[in-house]
Design a protein around this ligand. Sequence first.
Ligand code: GLY
Ligand code: MN
Ligand code: MN
Length: 422
Amino acid sequence: MAMMPSNSIAVIAAAPEKIRSKDTHYPYKQNTSLSYLCGFPEPESALVIIPGREQGEFVMFCRDKNLLRETWDGYREGPEGAVNRYAADDAFPIDDIDDILPGMLEGKDRVYYAIGKDADFDKHLMDWVNNVRSLRGGDAMPPSEFVDLDHLVNEMRLIKTAGEIKLMRRAGEIAAQAHCRAMKLSKPGLYEYQLQAEIEHEFMISGASAPAYTSIVGGGKNGCILHYIENRDKLKSGDLVLIDAGCEYENYASDITRTFPVNGKFTKPQAAIYDIVLAAQAAAIEQIAPGLEYHLANDATIQVITQGLVDLEILQGDVDALIVQGAYRDFYMHSVGHWLGMDVHDVGDYKIDNKWRVYEPGMVLTVEPGIYISPDNQNVAPKWRGIAVRIEDDILVTKTGCEDLTSGVPKVRDQIEQLMAG
Ligand code: GLY
Ligand code: MN
Ligand code: MN
């Protein structure tokens, strides 16, 4: 509200429910900006913010209570719950929004709204704006300016408060525990989906609501497929397994990748690749502190990975020239990471006015370099083919540097082997 000029209004629609098949739905996920601003968890609702409105500035529209529907589909807050439990100043049944919202839009200069994200709601909003014209015999003034709300909310979401950091720390701890569990239980002959089940067991038993994204469990060369989610193959002795899995805890995501040997012992070629990725991650984390530019961490991973591949004779040539050519892209085809928060690939700009932004305390990001050597790469010695390693942690920018929120799962080779042996 403090960022909105006077005589403006913001409208934030709940996410629609989505059908998975026939009459079953995907698990419901609230619009994260609405969750961020007021926490209201139900579909078919809308948050309206009207600074200066005498009867109340924080207004909710939501489903009425309905004992029959609640018996079938679950609890509904109703407008009373929106006021009593979510601290709305004022709340109305969503069925009345066509009658009420035009009056709230009338005479406002500016509407904040995330245009183009929800075609159905976009159309409703246009109808309400048009309805303003027919209010009071055609004298009423519809708003003249529409501004993207996300621009304001995303910048708020990028800097986490102490309360948010507490939740993200817990999301990180749970996911770290889950990866430890997978390491301890891994053995040749298990199927990838069985390690997925162990990971997700730990998420749910610890109070997380769901995986934050579809868990990736790729044994051997499956690790070379960046978004491998089939998770159907058998894990083989002598292979690595790459697990990229994080949980959602109280609406906040964690995002961890660990790569470890299925049988508990790294081979020499696996160890060589692993140590380059680990060194690349360490070099990147050194570049994360208030005032440093976002791209430095990415540059550090490219430097260490290119040098490492040259040292192993997987790449040939001068390191600086190879970096300019982008030779590493055959092996490291994504960038160092992304913002993390209520969404796993969280909101927030990476550049401002075309310049890399600098870190500020309260930002959270992943650092996740990797090396993926295609099983079909004829340019490298056969011993390297099919090796895939990614190491990913969640890093909080602090006042003086940064803090690893996912340090609860080992990533140094000896420590992984010890955990797996124990
Ligand atoms: N699993 C998604 C990511 O690491 O970005
Ligand atoms: Mn990940
Ligand atoms: Mn990630």
